[in-house]
Design a protein around this ligand. Structure first.
Ligand code: ATP
Ligand code: MG
Length: 402
């Protein structure tokens, strides 16, 4: 067993010694059998949250309503969740009620896919009630139980299906795929924030082309913000380098905005609709401006400076995915040659100018500083304080004569 499991074994042993059952469940079990690295181990137990809390010195109620207690043990954190069933799915979203139960099989039955419904005992025994091991061997993603019912209960599972198909490079089993096609419109009922999480993970999976193929074939894209009727544009993704793997969400959205041919301004509204963060929106807008300048052979020091290294790197990575002949290194090298990489690196600031008593506070101060920055950036003057002061005086004279 991987070290993460070994470290957590005492937690399971403590629960079992008290007469309850405890298992590793979910993604960590699946990924271990696949020999993939694991992130966090999830533990499921027959003990109720109050019973779990009574067994450990330090616990935090992270999701007590849903039965999750965090255990702090030897500076490690473990999420322990009571076996539960979910009932009363309304509006095809999250259940409005969870019921704690004592039986593992009830808990595994409510899980989405067979490969996600395996349980692992502390002694290494695997509990496999839905032939998840067989599906893992065959790289198949199959809904637990009747797919039609499962997607009707919770429509987000359809996005999770394409996420795992991409992440694991698995084939979605026929009936599961058909049920997604049939229920795709139910995605409208799901909060955009939750669709966003699965979509981004799909785009960052090891077989993003496979994920996108399912996304198109099942019609799920029709119910995502700004993607309605964008089949033709989305199909461009099927032709990118098959070994491509996106490493962050800026790349994800730059790629999507480029294939949709969105202007920086249009991307702003598009990403607002997807409810991404303001930080991401700013990066993508700037990346699109840079990409536009690259298209037009108009890259200059100013746009590289305004982009910053992160945006330059993400943008060139995405352009290289779309065009194998694109030389991603060139803009990055040009960025590294910039005389200054931030306003702070300018050898003079507002306070220096005020102290030299050549200017008084006001809008002209900002204008002079920006002009000085641009002159340094474009190598018209050296980044030295005395030179900058002289130049500032010249700029002011010019401003006054205007
Ligand atoms: P990852 O490694 O990406 O975290 P994961 O399988 O752990 O993958 P999570 O979203 O963390 O995915 O969910 C943990 C487990 O909870 C899943 O493996 C699955 O058993 C169950 N699960 C999560 N969301 C749902 C859902 N919407 N419907 C049914 N079961 C779910
Ligand atoms: Mg997980």
């Amino acid at each position: 067993l991987p070290s993460e499991f070994n470290a957590a074994r005492p937690v399971l042993q403590t629960i079992e010694k008290a007469g309850f059952e405890a298992y590793f469940v979910g993604g960590s079990v699946r990924d271990t059998i696949l020999n993939d690295p694991i992130h966090d181990v999830d533990i499921a137990t027959s003990a109720y949250p109050s019973e779990v809390k009574a067994l450990f010195k330090k616990t935090i109620d992270t999701g007590i309503k849903h039965g999750t207690v965090m255990i702090l043990d030897h500076h490690e954190k473990y999420e322990v969740t009571t076996f539960r069933t979910e009932s009363g799915y309304q509006d095809f979203r999250r259940p409005d009620k969870v019921t704690f139960v004592r039986s593992l099989s009830e808990d595994l039955k409510r899980r989405d896919f067979t490969v996600n419904a395996l349980a692992l005992k502390e002694d290494g025994t695997i509990i496999d009630l839905f032939s998840g091991l067989n599906d893992l061997d065959n790289h198949i993603l199959r809904a637990v139980g009747k797919p039609e019912e499962r997607f009707h209960e919770d429509a987000l599972r359809m996005m999770r299906a394409i996420r795992f198909a991409s992440k694991l490079d698995f084939t979605i089993e026929r009936n599961t795929q058909e049920a997604i096609k049939h229920h795709a419109p139910l995605l409208k009922k799901i909060a955009v924030e939750r669709i966003l999480v699965e979509f981004e993970k799909m785009m960052m999976g090891q077989n993003l082309i496979k994920g996108v193929q399912y996304f198109i074939e099942t019609g799920l894209f029709q119910y995502c913000p700004g993607l309605k009727n964008q089949q033709q544009a989305l199909k461009k993704l099927l032709h990118i380098n098959p070994n491509a793997q996106l490493t962050n969400t800026t790349q994800v959205w730059l790629l999507i905005c480029r294939i949709l041919k969105l202007s920086p301004k249009q991307s702003h509204q598009f990403l607002r609709n997807w409810k991404t963060s303001n930080e991401l929106i700013a990066s993508v807008e700037q990346g699109l401006r840079l990409a536009d300048a690259i298209d037009k052979h108009q890259v200059n020091e100013l746009i590289l400076f305004q982009s910053g290294l992160f945006v330059v790197e993400q943008t060139t990575a995405v352009l290289a995915l779309l065009d194998p002949n694109f030389k991603a290194d060139d803009p990055i090298k040009a960025y590294h040659k910039l005389p200054i990489k931030s306003q702070q690196e300018l050898a003079i600031n507002g306070r220096d100018l005020l102290q030299a008593q050549i200017i008084s506070p006001g809008p002209r101060l900002g204008k002079v500083l920006t002009d000085l920055r641009d002159e340094v950036l474009t190598n018209r003057i050296k980044n030295e304080k005395s030179i900058l002061i002289l130049e500032a005086q010249k700029l002011l004279l010019k401003l006054e004569s205007e």
